[in-house]
Design a protein. Structure first.
Length: 341
């Protein structure tokens, strides 16, 4: 069977171009791969096009738009997921147009498919009281409880993305002063995060308990793992968080958000740093943002800072007391009659 041009392009893109020339992370390659797994599923089940028959001449802006609508409507995915899949297709098409310029017009039409605007949801973050309530829930008398406590503490204290915590190895942790952790972020970028004294002490005790301390053969082991000694997954970390959030709701009157994802801990750290008057540039570097514009979202979200700024800028326009209209019997009688009609 003769290979199609689509098969050749996709194979070279995923197995050679992305890892070899772009040096992108494994997670990025998986994301692009999943996009095309869905696309092949759509072509086969909806358009009756077998993957072995799919060619670049079949892939048009109309087909891609229909695929995106299928993701959103039939599979029930959100607009964010739809836009993520579109970004993966755009990246592939930009690669293909350099390899096959004779179809440039078709490719440009695909590249001009716009992202879909969605409803902007307010950022979710925890107050210090809410954070303390959650961290009080793990049972420190059990081995897993102690692991969960240091996991959640480090997730907050480092401002790490959940994938960065999952990928954390023993060799990435420095207990000696100054205590730090090396986090491997998006685009294979590494940032060194200082550890607070209490977090350092907890982490050292955890490494000793797990027999990971000062053992060269364990340097590449995951810092956090399950009962099978496999590194935790995103779903595993989310399960741990939700377990303690639900428990905290039963034991505290502190208001907790309805939904708390691992990323909420990162948002919470950034908001608390902002409220402590730490410069946005330092917060940007701490979080590993490429541009400070991304970090400014926290300043826009800080309702407490907005209220305090408005209170400082408030000018009283009159010293006179407003009249008490409830004492006007004639007005009250008229309103009562109006309500009865």
């Amino acid at each position: 069977m003769e290979n199609t041009d689509f098969a050749k392009f996709l194979t070279n893109y995923l197995s050679k171009y992305l890892p070899g020339q772009r040096n992108v992370s494994e997670n990025t390659i998986k994301s692009y791969r999943d996009t095309f797994k869905l696309f092949l599923l759509f072509c086969k089940n909806v358009k009756n096009i077998e993957p072995s028959k799919l060619t670049m001449t079949i892939i048009t802006d109309s087909l891609i738009t229909t695929f995106l609508d299928w993701i959103e409507k039939d599979r029930g995915c959100g607009i964010t997921t739809r836009n993520q899949r579109l970004a993966g297709i755009h990246a592939f098409i930009r690669f293909v147009q350099m390899e096959s310029p004779e179809n440039l017009l078709v490719y440009q039409k695909i590249l001009h498919i716009p992202v879909k605007k969605g409803v902007h949801k307010p950022m979710n973050y925890l107050s210090p009281e809410a954070l303390s309530a959650i961290l009080a829930e793990p049972n420190i008398n059990s081995r897993n409880g102690r692991r969960d406590l240091i996991l959640l503490t480090l997730l907050y204290d480092s401002g790490a993305r959940v994938q960065e915590i999952i990928d954390l190895r023993v060799r990435d942790i420095r207990i000696e002063n100054p205590a730090t952790v090396n986090l491997f972020g998006k685009g294979r970028k590494i940032r060194c995060i200082p550890l607070m004294t209490k977090t350092k002490s907890m982490l050292e005790s955890y490494l000793r308990e797990q027999s990971l301390w000062q053992r060269p053969e364990e340097l590449d082991s995951p810092a956090f793992f399950n009962n099978r000694h496999e590194k935790l997954t995103r779903a595993g970390v989310s399960y741990i968080i939700n377990k303690y959030v639900e428990s905290a709701k039963k034991h505290t009157d502190t208001l907790l958000p309805d939904k708390i994802s691992p990323h909420v801990f990162r948002h919470s750290k950034a908001m608390h740093m902002l409220q402590a008057n730490i410069n946005l540039v330092y917060i940007r570097d701490f979080l590993g943002h490429v541009n400070v514009t991304t970090t400014e979202i926290y300043a826009k979200t800080d309702a407490k800072a907005k209220r305090e700024a408005l209170e400082k800028a408030y000018v009283c326009v009159t010293d006179q007391e407003l009249p008490d209209w409830t004492g006007d019997k004639g007005l009250m009688s008229w309103l009562q009659a109006l309500c009865n009609n």
